[in-house]
Design a protein around this ligand. Structure first.
Ligand code: SAM
Length: 406
């Protein structure tokens, strides 16, 4: 029992505990998001599991799997809902479009907008829209509009001036024109975007006709289905044990690169050190997307590491660069000159151009260390591909948009 006489596992008590923990972790930073989280009965949006699981969930709770057993829908984790809604900055009276339904995030958005009629949530899957409609209604949010639609397409009946906020809750590989066209002047788009093997939820502000980021959140999402579904190309370097993740706009000669990988290896250390919780590596990963090309991720299994095929490669992979016949990737070692929690960045490379490529990647990492390491998150801008003002240089080109990173 709590002081107020409620059982310690009562949903209200669990919810308050969750909110306290989200505030302590810095996921909730504003009073308005805090009030919305205290009000919305999150446990009613995942009736398959206990309230304790819902309120204590460290990550999302999967609610549907495809025929291959892959998750296609979930209730996202509380910390992620909180960070995305803080980044969305929904104010009273704003119209909100949520792409990817579940119910919970739409209910939170309705609390922030101050009126359920202002919120529309769409999902490509009729099972999910049926479920969301039922759960929203049961939780007291029956006036939120739930529609079955492919979020990559223009939404019939969207407000003429666009939505003030578009919150995408499914992993996108592009920003379909519909989102740029349906975002009101000065509006904000929050979207989990995959590029160069990296996944970041990015909050963009609309500036004239392009978008400019001001928040980057390291996060993973189930992938988008429908018109804009797109998986990155995977180039096997040592079967499936070591592979390069390559974006659609980048050339990569799979045969030459896998041959390079079987040849001698070159190692070079950069002198750039970092701590695990400093957030430097996630920042460097994004910054590199605007600095080097081609650029992607090298991923490796534990078995590849055990067999000595690769240096130290983190679970989500390490930044990699390549040319026609050589490749190089970043690796880590415990810093021999500093404490246990410090690591030094190095480069491992293969192929005829391995020394040159390793020297180039090391130089770039040192430049990041000098010029960008302490300047906050890189700024990502998104331009329409057909915008004559879209910058050139090192860019990330998607079917609908061109991204720049600085
Ligand atoms: C992570 S879940 C949504 C979570 C939810 N917003 C919540 O409140 O926690 C992602 C959803 O996106 C949906 N989806 C996938 N591709 C889509 C598309 N092209 N358009 C709309 N929804 C899509 C999936 O069916 C899935 O239900």
């Amino acid at each position: 029992m709590t002081e107020t006489g409620e059982a310690a596992d009562a949903p209200d008590v669990l919810r308050e505990r969750m909110v306290t923990s989200l505030r302590e972790r810095g996921a909730i930073t504003s009073e308005r998001v805090k009030s919305a989280f205290l009000k919305v009965p999150r446990h009613l949006f995942a009736p398959e599991v206990t309230a304790a699981e819902v309120y204590g969930a460290p990550e999302g709770i999967f609610t549907k799997y495809n025929s291959k057993g892959r998750p296609v829908s979930s209730v996202s984790a509380p910390w992620l809902h909180a960070r995305m809604l803080e980044a969305a900055r929904v104010a009273p009276g704003m119209t909100v479009l949520e792409v990817g339904s579940g119910g919970c995030n739409a209910a939170l958005s309705a609390e922030l907008a101050g009126d359920q009629d202002l919120v529309t949530t769409i999902d490509i899957d009729p099972d999910i829209t049926d479920r969301a409609r039922k759960l929203l209604s049961g939780a007291g949010y029956g006036r939120v509009r739930v529609l079955e639609a492919d979020g990559a397409r223009p939404l019939p009946g969207a407000p003429a001036r666009g939505f003030d906020r578009i919150i995408v809750t499914v992993g996108a590989a592009d920003l379909p024109m519909a989102w740029l066209d349906q975002l009101a002047p000065g509006g904000r788009l929050v979207v989990p975007l995959r590029f160069r093997g990296i996944s970041r939820t990015i909050a963009f502000n609309r500036e004239q006709d392009h978008l400019r980021s001001d928040t980057l959140i390291v996060s993973g999402f189930v992938a988008m289905q429908g018109d804009s579904a797109h998986a990155p190309r995977v180039v096997p370097l040592a079967g499936q044990d070591v592979r390069l993740v390559v974006d659609e706009d980048q050339p990569a000669d799979a045969e030459a690169l896998s041959e390079a990988f079987t040849g001698p290896r070159h190692e070079q250390w950069t002198g750039v050190e970092l701590g695990v919780s400093e957030g430097v590596l996630p920042r460097l990963e994004v910054w590199l997307a605007g600095t080097v090309a081609p650029y992607g991720k090298l991923r490796a299994t534990q078995e590849a590491a055990d067999r000595g095929l690769v240096g130290w490669v983190l679970g989500k992979g390490m930044p990699a660069v390549w040319d026609h016949d050589s490749m190089a990737y970043l690796t880590l070692r415990q810093d021999p000159h500093a404490g246990q929690e410090r690591y030094e960045l190095g480069v491992i490379s293969h192929g005829p151009g391995r020394e040159h490529l390793a020297a180039h990647l090391s130089d770039v990492v040192r430049r990041f260390d000098r010029e960008a390491r302490n300047s906050g998150d890189p700024i990502v801008r998104a331009f329409r591909r057909d915008d004559p003002e879209a910058p050139s240089g090192v860019t990330v080109d998607k079917p609908s948009i061109r991204l720049t990173v600085a």
